[in-house]
Design a protein around this ligand. Structure first.
Ligand SMILES: Nc1nc2c(ncn2[C@@H]2O[C@H](COP(=O)(O)OP(=O)(O)OP(=O)(O)O)[C@@H](O)[C@H]2O)c(=O)[nH]1
Ligand SMILES: [Mg+2]
Ligand SMILES: [Zn+2]
Length: 296
């Protein structure tokens, strides 16, 4: 028996990567696998090399997890890519993604790409966001496919793990992956067409990289944390809130007495941007907040 990892699942086509040989073969699920279970990219499979191009899949190993969009199994880490401009930064979308991936038990890395486009003033604005996410506890990388900034740091984050790139359309997910791995991916126009729904491709592909795998994903335009969890759970996925002890352990940090998170927002220790995202996720409006957090 040999062990491989499914790197591609497109319709009936399955590709299996054999780490020991460093090559990819066509995967053919044997009867019992075909009948009993679906095979996803990221699956660890056992089977036999039957000829120079074919791997017969006899068993799919139990999955650690299975993402829905994109459909990839056994993901360790999500690289959430944003840009300050082109497209404009949407911190609410980033915050939702960070909450949802933490809920799913995945590590996250925050990447700000296309920093080559920023003038000094915009670079300062970006630095403020970088500080906000670093202080919250996330690893943050500023990157540019054009200048190569941040790619070494990103490479370190990807070593030995299965990671996917997520974030809005057009931020450069595919471009970053191509630049890192040297593998050509469809970028720009083609995926924009897909966004319009002209040619929604379901194919998913993992690229072997530095002892791990990288998966590309289609851009998200909207993610709603409440579709994944109860409103009581959301606060647990804001790491910076966990540093404060409120009077009540089930405090939602809204209008409860003895809420230390609220005091921290008032003192400026928790940034307004993050706390506003939290309230927006819960669909709550608090009058005191407009006093503390003046509109920019
Ligand atoms: N100036 C600049 N342009 C970039 C950079 N990275 C990507 N781009 C450009 O941004 C556009 C979108 O890049 P993609 O890699 O297709 O973006 P994506 O995130 O994969 O988009 P979707 O697949 O639609 O979700 C392309 O025209 C890229 O050439 C960068 O660091 N700097
Ligand atoms: Mg893309
Ligand atoms: Zn509280």
């Amino acid at each position: 028996m040999a062990e491989g990892i499914v790197t591609e699942r497109a319709g009936q086509k399955i590709t299996v990567y054999l780490p020991e040989e460093g090559r990819e073969l066509r995967g053919v699920p044997l009867g019992k696998v075909r009948k009993k279970e679906k095979v996803f990219a990221g699956d660890i499979v056992e089977g036999r090399v039957v000829d120079s191009s074919t791997f017969a899949i006899e068993r799919v190993k139990e999955r650690k997890n299975l993402l829905v969009r994109p459909p990839i199994a056994n993901v360790d880490k999500v690289v959430v890519v944003s840009t300050l401009k082109n497209p404009e930064f949407q911190n609410f979308l980033l915050d939702n993604l960070l909450v949802v991936y933490d809920h799913l038990g995945l590590d996250t890395v925050v990447v700000f790409n296309k920093v080559d486009l920023l003038d000094p003033k915009e670079r300062e604005e970006l630095n403020r966001w970088v500080e906000i996410y670093r202080n919250a506890g996330y690893p943050v990388v500023t990157a540019s496919v054009e200048t190569g900034e941040g790619l070494k740091k990103l490479r370190e984050e990807l070593k030995g793990v299965t990671s996917i790139f997520a974030g809005p359309s057009g931020v450069g997910k595919s471009s970053l992956i191509s630049k890192l791995t040297g593998v050509e991916l469809r970028t720009g126009q083609v995926s924009r067409k897909t966004e319009r729904g002209r040619h929604t491709t379901r194919e998913v592909r993992l690229i072997p990289f530095e002892g791990g795998f990288i998966g590309d994903a289609p851009g998200f335009s909207r993610v709603d944390a409440l579709n994944f969890m109860e409103r009581e759970e959301v606060r647990l996925h804001f790491p910076e809130f966990g540093r404060y002890q409120c009077r009540f352990s089930d405090c939602l940090h809204l209008e409860e007495e003895g809420c230390e998170v609220r005091e921290a927002v008032k003192r400026g220790e928790i940034p307004c941007e993050r706390f506003k995202s939290y309230l927006k996720m819960l669909k709550v409006y608090l009058p005191w907040l407009s006093e503390v957090c003046k509109e920019e």
